[in-house]
Design a protein around this ligand. Structure first.
Ligand code: AP5
Length: 191
């Protein structure tokens, strides 16, 4: 199995690049943001609770997202591997993921961190908000999400750097150029 964490601030291109990576490497895409948005759209109890945090640009509590990941891993037993997109976002989530994968005897192989400057991120998110109507894609909430990222999520990079799994990829340029750089990094690690 090959397990990849696609890491980076909001708007850095994690979802965009995941689409190409899953096709190229036949991996299962697990995006906690996408899973949560389905729960919100279906107005489930989990979704109604999560919406408050998402609309405010804050992280949903760890126990909620860790439980969701556990279920997704259980649903996908015979697979080539996973791309984790938007997870883990706190040290507690990273530790929980290591435990879940240890139980399955398959580790995280690589963590690719997409680097994009703040103003480019905000511009991308505001632009996407105009097209998609996603409720957290306005300038005020996008800046809150970015600060939440700096405070709670950025330390997760050090967690993986200490495990010698973190590789930085410049996330500015065309989608294809960035995908090419990502493939080079994956091919270096993957057998
Ligand atoms: P989530 O959906 O994960 O949002 P995010 O991390 O803020 O990331 P985005 O999906 O907004 O951006 P992305 O990096 O995927 O970029 P994308 O490819 O879309 O989370 C939403 C909320 O859910 C969180 O705020 C939180 O409340 C909750 N949540 C989710 N996971 C959680 C967790 N683990 N723990 C706790 N809470 C959690 O690209 C963005 C835009 O840029 C697009 O329009 C795209 O077309 C464009 N673009 C992409 N690449 C380029 C490029 N190279 N050049 C120009 N434009 C580009």
């Amino acid at each position: 199995m090959f397990n990849l964490v696609l890491f980076g601030p909001p708007g850095s291109g994690k979802g965009t690049q995941s689409t190409s990576i899953i096709n190229q490497y036949n991996l299962v895409h697990i995006s906690t943001g996408d899973i949560l948005r389905v729960e919100v759209a279906n107005a489930t109890p989990l979704g109604l609770e999560a919406k408050k945090f998402m609309d405010a640009g804050a992280l949903v509590p760890d126990e909620v997202v860790i439980g969701m990941i556990g279920s997704k891993l259980d649903e996908n037993k015979e697979v080539n591997g996973f791309i984790f997109d938007g997870f883990p976002r706190t040290i507690a989530q990273a530790e929980a993921l290591d435990k879940l994968l240890e139980f399955k005897k398959t580790p995280i192989n690589l963590v690719l961190s997409l680097a994009v400057p703040e103003e480019e991120l905000i511009a991308r998110l505001v632009n996407r908000g105009k097209e998609s109507g996603r409720s957290d894609d306005n300038e005020e909430t996008a800046r809150k999400r970015y600060h939440e990222y700096l405070n709670k999520t950025a330390p997760v990079a050090d967690f993986y750097a200490n495990q010698e799994k973190l590789v930085l990829v410049q996330g500015v340029g065309s989608v294809d150029e960035i995908f090419h750089k990502i493939c080079l990094e994956i091919d270096e690690v993957k057998d």
